[in-house]
Ligand binder design. Sequence first.
Ligand code: GDP
Length: 326
Amino acid sequence: MPRVLISGISGQDGSYLAESLVHEGCEVHGLVRRTSLEVPHVKLTRISPFLDKLTLHPCSLESQTALFEVVREIKPDFLYHLGAQSFVSYEIEQEYATLDTNLGSTHALLSAVMRFAPECRFYFAASSEIFGHAETSPQNESTPFNPRSIYGISKLAGFHICKSFRENEGVFACSGILYNHESPRRGKEYVTRKIISQAVAIHRGQSDVIKLGNLDSERDWGHAKDYVNAMRKITEFDKPDDFVVASGRTHTVREFCQKAFSLLDLTFEDFFEYDPRFFRPTEKTTLCGDASKAKKELGWSPSHDLDSIIEEMMNSELERTASLSN
Ligand code: GDP
């Protein structure tokens, strides 16, 4: 059975990926922060149901020596590099930390693979943010990159590092350019989970307001499970390559809210309050992905639409909070 190493295993995507691999009997290793191991009931909740089937390694993405060491020890058949510093801020130190961690970890893992596990298939989690202020829509693998955030720039550099190891060193290195993907495991800082949890709080009488920024913002939203499935198809393909993974449809934040609230027989507009703290003045373009290449070459297509994603997130939130509200 294949030996798989996942950075970012405790996140939304890492947990779905690990779950599917464990289910198939793979030997699954994950990188986690040492501090997460000290409080697993707080930091490792997404992987707690199958924690006993995983081997976790305390290893920070900031430590290139530690990353090198882990790859040397495990010699994985597949390595999914999903972990990244995603904090988007305008403070210089934070921006530099994002660049440093994201570039350094990708470079260290690929160098280690080249040296200690040359047959390993390497996946890099790129992001639609590498298109940034794209001039055309929808975007595909040939669309010029135009990132406008430090996070997007770090992901674009990672994408190119991957490509250079593939073309210059012969490493089986691929990138998935993933658009927004949601699920009940999404963090509360993202707008979809925030809307769902606030709607449930209002439904339970624990709150009477939902404060948001720009309701006209649009996103190309898919389901994390479908996107993790695409990651696996990318690494199992005949040759290493890069793929856009997206639903190809955009919806506004307002539409998401209306759909979510109506599931609870509530009218969103009765509770909405605009809060300028959540407005992003530099956000200009709407990104929409064209996943025809993944469809054609990998046979990938999403199995969830936005309605089914919202319904699943809502049911899960109602279940999760039921015991707390009694
Ligand atoms: P992102 O695509 O990684 O930025 O994902 P988010 O879920 O954080 O944001 C999705 C969209 O929702 C963006 O266009 C935001 O401007 C918009 N948005 C509107 N109000 C809010 C809010 O209160 N919180 C967040 N996170 N986003 C908001």
